[in-house]
Design a protein around this ligand. Structure first.
Ligand SMILES: [Zn+2]
Length: 482
């Protein structure tokens, strides 16, 4: 048949059977077509770079605000699909003025961050130190397989279901994915669900726009990511290097430290008051006549269960009645679900109450956690300005740190007889022998804490910070320049 005639017949058929033709072009999507459209068949590694805006998930100043925003000066993501490894190198600067929320605000100048995952190990690189961060593992693994080339590769390996322009598959206990391809069979959107310490299931959504050709491989030049309903990344991609050399090895110390959160050390700071440390985040334990009060359950299930075990060995036979949560930030609330699973009542500021109620009733379907397995729930009670817990002998004052830009619902615990203050994120001590900043460069969150101590007339001798080491109150004053 002459070519012109066959083309004419195709045109006629399309007009005659528009529905059938339309249905065929969408229903015939397959993984093979997606691979071909992306030029993904020979992509074993990739390096992309760009700039834009990045946000800190779980670090908003109230639970209903979007995640705090940072200027993303440069972003380089290197992935090796064969070894399931990824390395992000980020240079970010402060965007919010005044600072609002967590994630090490206010950042002075440029801050470089390096986040890595390889196989089942995740770590951060700080200078020449590799810090294991298992709590970040699930999200980082998902970031490898959520990329356009990663997602079609994972879909092929995991026996995906293809319906119309939608591809679905899962990796049990790691993620569930739903991929939508555009009319050219390129990955346009990926919706993933990953396990999360605070939220149970965390939804991540990525949109891939403005595909361009990079040496035969198609890659989007605009990437928008949301997690938990708010943006986490807006990236303009400027460079893509398919099959760049990406060799990521798990450092020896990371391999040797499989369970960093399991190590809990305890120190008695006053009769019946303990500081529980041993990692990046601390807790405190207060013994009352017939019950215990735990202040903060950070990070994740593993940390929470290790802290609970330490509490049991310090004070055998006395139940924990209350967990005081200082604020909803995900690093500080990551162990709330596990403690709630023990039936312990949670006390927090009223700003965090609805959020924590939802968090401890949320489902964890991808990887059921301690709470999901316990199948029980707990109450959340709230504090506005102040609440006093007492057994007739000991007094425990839970107080609002008012007007702190780190968080609207930040609370501290004050023990008036022991002159002890327990606080998170308003003040984190510098390492011993570090030079304190000038008054002008003082951390505004710490300045606000000092104001609160003065206004609320609190006589503090020792600070038990929920990051870092115990310090005398003089260190806080030095840190703010008076
Ligand atoms: Zn915080």
């Amino acid at each position: 048949m002459p070519r012109a005639l066959s083309a004419l017949i195709v045109v006629i058929l399309c007009f005659a059977f528009p529905l059938a033709a339309g249905a065929q072009s969408t229903a015939s999507t397959s993984l093979e077509k997606a691979v071909a459209a992306l030029g993904a068949q020979d992509v074993r590694s990739i390096e992309i770079s760009g700039s834009g805006t990045i946000y800190a998930i779980g670090q908003n100043a109230t639970p209903t605000m979007p995640w705090p925003r940072f200027t993303l000066k440069s972003f380089t993501r290197s992935i090796n699909y064969d070894t399931a490894s990824l390395r992000d190198e980020i240079v970010r600067t402060q965007a919010l003025d005044p600072p609002r929320g967590g994630s090490q605000q206010p950042i002075r100048g440029e801050q470089r961050q390096i986040f890595v995952v390889s196989g089942d190990r995740a770590w951060n690189v700080v200078g020449d130190v590799n810090n294991p961060v298992p709590v970040a593992l699930a999200e980082r693994q998902a970031q490898i397989w959520i990329t356009p080339h990663g997602v079609v590769r994972a879909a092929m390996a995991r026996n995906a279901t293809v319906r119309g322009r939608t591809i679905t598959f899962d990796d049990p206990a790691r993620y569930r994915m739903k991929v939508t391809v555009d009319l050219q069979h390129r990955v346009a959107q990926v919706e993933a669900i990953v396990p999360h310490a605070v939220l149970g299931d965390l939804p991540i959504e990525v949109r891939y726009l403005n595909y361009r050709d990079f040496g035969g491989v198609k890659f989007p030049t605009k990437i928008q990511q949301l997690a938990g309903g708010f943006p986490i990344l807006d990236l303009m991609v400027t460079d893509v290097r398919p099959n760049a050399a990406v060799d990521i090895q798990v450092p020896d110390n990371v391999r040797a430290t499989a369970e960093p959160y399991a190590r809990v050390t305890s120190q008695m700071v006053a009769d019946g008051v303990w500081f529980l440390s041993g990692g990046t985040h601390n807790s405190a334990l207060i013994e009352m006549k017939d019950h215990l009060i735990l202040v903060e359950s950070p990070i994740n299930d593993q940390r929470a269960l290790a802290v609970l075990a330490e509490v049991k060995s310090l004070v055998p036979g006395k139940p924990i009645r209350y967990l005081v949560n200082t604020h909803h930030h995900f690093d500080h609330a990551g162990g709330v679900r596990a403690v709630a699973g023990e039936g312990v009542t949670v006390i927090t500021h009223e700003v965090n109450r609805a959020f924590l109620e939802r968090a401890i009733t949320a489902r964890a379907t991808v990887r059921p956690d301690h709470l999901a397995k316990a199948g029980r729930t707990a109450k959340v009670e709230s504090v506005r300005d102040q609440r006093v817990l007492t057994d007739g002998t000991r007094i425990v004052e839970i107080r609002h740190i008012a007007g702190n830009l780190h968080h609207d619902g930040l609370i501290m615990v004050y023990l008036p007889k022991e002159k002890v203050l327990i606080e998170a994120d308003a003040y984190t001590p510098l390492p011993p022998n570090a030079t304190p900043p000038s008054a002008a460069d003082a951390n505004p969150y710490s300045v606000n804490l000092v104001d609160n101590l003065k206004k609320q007339n609190l006589d503090v001798e020792q600070v038990l910070p929920l990051h870092g080491r115990i310090v005398p109150i003089a260190e806080l004053h030095k840190a703010v320049g008076h």
